[in-house]
Design a protein around this ligand. Structure first.
Ligand SMILES: C[S@@+](CC[C@H](N)C(=O)[O-])C[C@H]1O[C@@H](n2cnc3c(N)ncnc32)[C@H](O)[C@@H]1O
Length: 470
């Protein structure tokens, strides 16, 4: 059975949760067998028997919001071998030499899989090292300064020895290597440098606590495409909009993987329409409502713009699908059990430039956010199909004098007959010895998504409607 290496997004816990959920519930059945803060190793149940598995992986990459690249694994080097070949401090030169030769053997056999043909070819490659954790000294002091140059030169030599006419490698900026803060080549560069061509490749050396996986990138995220939709649409407000990748992740947690073109999705706080636009791209039948007439018009125009860009026809009665509705009236506008899923980011409170006081936030929650979120669960229950899910973002607000304050979303959701679906199934995840890589039960019930020092953080929850009979 072949294995694949998934390069995770910056919120790696969320990326892992998204992948695991897809592997558990979609047609891409499989398991994460190993992981670090940068990569996941995935074994599919039967994907590799499929002759068109590379195309299937492209479909999967297109669907995932939190995966940067997918690579095919050709070899594995255990961690002791790497550490003996590249110790923090060299004491036994002979041992280093022997172990480096062992690594080269593995690399040589991988190269024959990376490049379908080597003899007489002019080849170009980029080496990407993904460490277990970026803030690991072993990465800055050894992997970047010694392993990377070793791989670059030795791969060049091996390719020549195997008959290549020419071999060149991608040169990373030396100042980043010296500073120890190098990021491997980004997806848009992988596309720009044509590293999916037969004579060009990105070769990934991805580390976990167990060792180093050697892989070749097969497909990657196309950030330009998402960025273009996000930035070039007629209406946007970056302060309040969620990112395209978060929109995709939320959609995937609805567990609607088959026949998406028949599945109806609602965003009852549609704003400028980020979620519905990305739901459209993922083939869903989209619906969006908002209390603000201007927002409704903006979303309508954004959706029309997107359909035009995609050269697709406008769905039947689009203006019936995007309309002005107060969340409190949702069930009087839409039929009972109308939607297969709800995916939304309600109002998260004002845009704070500075941290507010604790009492200010408590007042905001009591007077505004609690009633709004309660109405969301009450109304969503009515318009959702049996066992329908809601993926929802809730705010966690940092205060000056009282730490982080949040709503009691679980209690509200339970009151309106929703059960929480933990975002990551801990029974399916291997244990790690490094504490920074461990998951705790409390941390997977809902997952935070925030930048450093962000005042209003986003917390993602997934709930499922409890049927009266169950
Ligand atoms: C955080 S924004 C959503 C942003 C959206 N995700 C985007 O990407 O553009 C919240 C939206 O909720 C809407 N809203 C506030 N109160 C509402 C209510 N009672 N019913 C429906 N929509 C409401 C606001 O008009 C605003 O557009």
């Amino acid at each position: 059975m072949n294995r694949f290496l998934f390069v995770l997004g910056s919120n790696w816990q969320l990326s892992l949760a998204e992948i695991d959920n897809v592997l558990k519930n979609s047609q891409f059945k499989g398991r994460i067998t190993d992981y670090s803060a940068n990569i996941a190793i995935v074994e599919f149940d039967d994907l590799h028997d499929d002759r068109l598995y590379a195309n299937k992986l492209m479909e999967l990459q297109y669907m995932l919001g939190g995966t940067q690249k997918i690579a095919e694994i050709y070899n594995f080097i255990d961690i002791q071998t790497v550490q003996r070949a590249f110790p923090l401090q060299i004491e036994q030169y002979r041992q280093v030499d022997i172990k480096r030769k062992e690594i080269l053997k593995v690399v040589d056999s991988s190269l024959k899989k990376v490049f379908p043909s080597i003899a007489r070819e002019s080849l170009f490659f980029a080496v990407s090292i993904y460490p277990n954790l970026y803030d690991d000294n072993y990465y800055s002091d050894v992997l970047l300064k010694h392993f990377l140059p070793f791989l670059n030169t030795e791969i060049m030599v091996l390719l020549k020895e195997n008959g290549a006419k020419k071999s060149l490698y991608y040169k990373y900026p030396q100042e980043n290597i010296d500073a120890g803060n190098l990021n491997p080549i980004f997806p848009h560069h992988v596309i720009k440098y044509g590293l999916f061509n037969r004579d060009r490749a990105e070769i990934i050396f991805g580390f976990t606590e167990e060792g180093c996986y050697v892989a070749r990138t097969l497909t990657c995220d196309d950030p330009n495409f998402k960025k273009q939709i996000d930035e070039e649409r007629p209406f946007k407000e970056f302060k309040s909009a969620i990112s395209p990748k978060l929109a995709l992740i939320l959609l995937n947690f609805l567990n609607l993987f088959e026949q998406r073109e028949r599945k109806t999705i609602l965003d009852p706080f549609v704003g400028n329409g980020t979620i519905v636009m990305f739901a459209l791209i993922e083939d869903f039948q989209v619906f969006g409502t908002d209390i603000d007439e201007t927002k409704v018009k903006n979303t309508e125009r954004n959706v029309n713009w997107l359909l035009n860009e995609l050269e697709e026809s406008v769905p039947y009665m689009l203006n019936e699908r995007i309309k002005k509705v107060d969340i409190n009236q949702l069930s009087s506008v839409f039929n009972e059990e109308r939607f297969d899923g709800i995916c939304t980011e309600p109002e998260l409170g004002p845009f704070f430039k500075q941290k507010p006081y604790y009492t200010e936030v408590v007042d905001l929650i009591k007077s505004k956010l609690n009633p709004l979120f309660k109405a969301t669960f009450r109304e969503s229950f009515k318009v959702l199909a049996p066992k329908g899910r809601i993926s929802i973002i809730t705010p966690v607000i940092s205060t000056i004098d009282g730490g982080d304050v949040q709503l009691n979303v679980e209690e509200m959701a339970n009151f309106y007959n929703f059960k929480l679906i933990p975002m990551l199934d801990l029974n399916r995840i291997v244990n790690k010895s490094n504490r920074k890589l461990q998951f705790k039960q409390a941390h997977v019930r809902a997952i935070l998504d925030a930048k450093k020092n962000q005042i209003v953080k986003r917390k993602l929850y997934v709930f499922e409607k409890i049927n009266e009979s169950s």
